[in-house]
Design a protein around this ligand. Structure first.
Ligand code: NAD
Length: 489
């Protein structure tokens, strides 16, 4: 039974104008939703309507505390529908229900946080250096495009929509083709919360058609993008032609360091969670574990036992820790990487195959996989696999460890497991990365800015100042001279 889905374009719920397609439940391959892809002319209609709507008094003249009230109502709307949203998100990308519940809760927190930030954010009176009063104020950028991937749709979309609305912008969302439902649901909730028609549109469909048209549209003043590095780079190239700001949240190949003095119980649990939660389909997956030689064998024994004990299966079950991968095509990519690792000399310690049994046959499942025996230079240790594959690498010399961790094009996150806070601080400072987790991993707080360095991206999302990314800063000089301005001489 597939749900027919309409989408919100230019203030009207309707089918998009492009070809019909279906989305599928990764656990069994069944079709779960039918909808139409958007076209370039839908993009234009949505953007024009957004530009018109954002200039109307119903949006443009709202005071910040009034916009904040709308954001609070969106947060409440998400909470009221939390269970239904979590189930829909599970059907979209096959994540276990416990994870999708957490994502939905985080989306509500994001709106709540940016409501508070919106209501309390202050423009500034700057110190005057002459006979004038100087102010710096922030104005909404205009219409912004939000382009999101399939792995955590509701969280990615909330992280863009909430600060953009808080800033007074209008937003056209382009969700991943295969996971359009959360953006559509968010648009529904936002409309019910009082966001005027036209301020939000959702355009499902192919990135190369809809996404690219959005990036190129002259009225789009910013792109907030989360996705792969090569797509992000293409967007950056197009953005240069418009001198358009972008935030690019891209891929990763994050190292986790286990020091000789680490609490191994915590380190093992953290490394398992860091790579295998979300089936490794996470930009911040800790996919390279550098383990000190003195504890390598013990750590290996425990982490392999932990991976073998993970409950892989039905995403609808609260007991499940790892669901399927997003689709068969992506599983084939992960399998190719594991084969490549074998060709490069990897030894598979666990996994390296699909789980066996009738319940797995129709889904795109893959077992948690751990390999050793590869140098950091191997492709398997250098490229983002975006799946449940962990490489173990021994280390003994700190300078060499830092060089290996940094010897990668990505710089998104890292983990450090050590009881020595000075060593953790030293390592954390030396690693080229956007986030450092010390004795923890994959924890997220909306109040803490997130983003990458190197090929993991530019710009930051979250944090109180995240709103400012969606504004133009404008300076005012108010003359206080009693006499006409003299010529400088
Ligand atoms: P993707 O780059 O293929 O797609 C992301 C979005 O971009 C989708 O909506 C897609 O349709 C769109 N898109 C594709 N081509 C486009 C084009 N030419 N112009 C404009 N838009 C286009 O990524 P994916 O496969 O959906 O997601 C996985 C990737 O996302 C991984 O690399 C992962 O690391 C990254 N990711 C990063 C973060 C982060 O915060 N850094 C978070 C989640 C995922």
């Amino acid at each position: 039974m597939t749900d027919p889905l309409q989408t919100l374009i230019a203030g009207r719920w309707r089918d998009a104008s492009g070809p019909e397609y279906s989305t599928h439940y990764p656990a069994d391959g069944s079709a779960v939703a039918r909808l139409n892809a958007a076209t370039v002319s839908d993009v234009d209609e949505a953007v024009q309507a957004a530009e018109h709507a954002r200039q109307q008094p119903a949006w443009a003249q709202l005071k910040r505390h009034e916009r904040a009230s709308i954001l609070h109502r969106i947060a409440s709307g998400i909470r009221e529908r939390a269970e239904a949203l979590a189930q829909l998100q599970r059907l979209d990308n096959g994540k276990p229900i416990n994870e999708t519940r957490a994502l939905v809760a985080s989306a509500a927190h994001t709106f709540q946080f940016f409501a508070a930030a919106c209501e309390t954010w202050e423009d500034t009176l700057t110190p005057a250096r002459g006979d004038y009063l100087t102010m710096s104020v922030h104005e909404p950028l205009g219409v912004v495009g939000a382009i999101t991937p399939w792995n955590s749709p509701i969280a990615s979309e909330a992280q863009k929509l909430a600060p953009a609305l808080a800033a007074g912008c209008a937003v056209v969302i382009k969700p991943a083709e295969i996971t359009p439902r959360m953006a559509i649901e968010l648009a529904k909730i936002a409309q019910q919360a009082g966001v005027p028609d036209g301020i939000i549109s959702v355009l499902p469909g192919k990135g190369s058609v809809v996404g690219e048209a959005l990036v190129k549209h002259p009225l789009i003043k910013r792109i907030a993008f989360t996705g792969g590095t090569s797509v992000g780079m293409g967007i950056a190239r197009l953005a240069v032609d418009k001198l358009m700001p972008t935030s690019l949240e891209l891929g990763g190949k994050s190292p986790t360091i286990v020091c000789a003095d680490a609490d191994l119980d915590h380190a093992v649990a953290g490394v398992l969670f860091g790579i295998f939660s979300s089936s490794g389909e996470s930009c911040i997956a800790g996919s390279r574990a550098f383990v000190h030689v003195s504890v390598f064998d013990e750590f290996k024994r425990r982490v392999v036992a932990g991976a073998q004990a993970l409950r892989v299966g039905d995403p609808a079950s609260e007991r499940t820790q790892m669901g399927p991968l997003v689709n068969m095509g992506h599983r084939a990519t992960v399998e190719r990487y594991v084969q490549l690792g074998l060709d490069e000399g990897a030894r598979v310690l666990c996994g390296g195959q699909r789980p066996q049994g009738p319940m797995y046959d129709a889904g795109s499942y893959y077992l948690p996989t751990i390999v050793e025996g590869l140098p950091n230079s191997a492709r398997m240790c250098q490229e983002e696999i975006f799946g449940p594959v962990l490489a173990l690498l021994p280390w003994s010399d700190e300078a060499d460890l830092i060089a290996q961790c940094n010897d990668n094009v990505y710089g998104l996150a890292c983990g450090i497991w050590s009881r020595d806070y000075k060593a953790a601080w030293r390592l954390g400072q030396a690693l080229q990365t956007g986030t450092v987790w010390i004795n923890t991993y994959k924890q997220f707080s909306v109040s803490t800015p997130f983003g990458g360095v190197k090929f993991s991206g530019t710009g930051r999302e979250k944090g109180r100042l995240g709103i400012l990314e969606y504004t133009n800063q404008k300076s005012f000089y108010w003359g206080l001279n009693e006499q006409p301005l003299p010529w400088a001489d």
